[in-house]
Design a protein around this ligand. Structure first.
Ligand SMILES: [Zn+2]
Length: 144
């Protein structure tokens, strides 16, 4: 017999004894036991959720700024790490993904490298254009 059932039995016996103050105390005890039982249930649920999260995390690997299952993914690392939920990322363009839940963007390492390479090339073109412009300006000033 559980704690709650025992308290219920005691409450019935106390009711028969016709002692209001004792009955009130027993009912308070019963409520406290119910509250403890609920808190325990919530803690058990939290432990189960965390254990499931750890098991799930063990099945995932992190690379290219996202989580990947053996045959599935990518999943949003922000959502998984903060809310413990697997949210599938949607591909925006080659190697660029976004989470529809939190708007996090994730780029694969290859996409990031290509983007950085393109930025360097653009920077070099800009520097060359500035040099050419300055050379023309010097020539123009020298001709006066
Ligand atoms: Zn997300």
């Amino acid at each position: 017999m559980g704690l709650i059932e025992n308290i219920k039995d005691v409450a019935e016996l106390v009711q028969k004894a016709d002692n209001i103050e004792l009955l009130r105390k027993v009912l308070q005890l019963q409520q406290a036991a119910l509250d403890e039982q609920e808190e325990r249930r919530q803690l058990r649920q939290r432990i189960d959720d965390l254990e499931e999260h750890l098991r799930d995390k063990g099945r995932l690997t992190f690379h290219d700024n996202a989580y990947w299952d053996e045959s599935d993914g990518p999943f949003c690392s922000t959502c998984f790490d903060s809310k413990r939920t697997r949210i599938r990322l949607h591909e925006l363009s080659q190697g660029a993904y976004a989470c529809r839940a939190c708007n996090t963007e994730a780029w694969t390492d290859a996409r990031r490298a290509a983007q950085e390479s393109a930025a360097r090339a653009q920077n070099e073109r800009n520097q060359a254009a500035i040099k050419a412009h300055n050379a023309r300006a010097r020539d123009w000033l020298g001709s006066r």
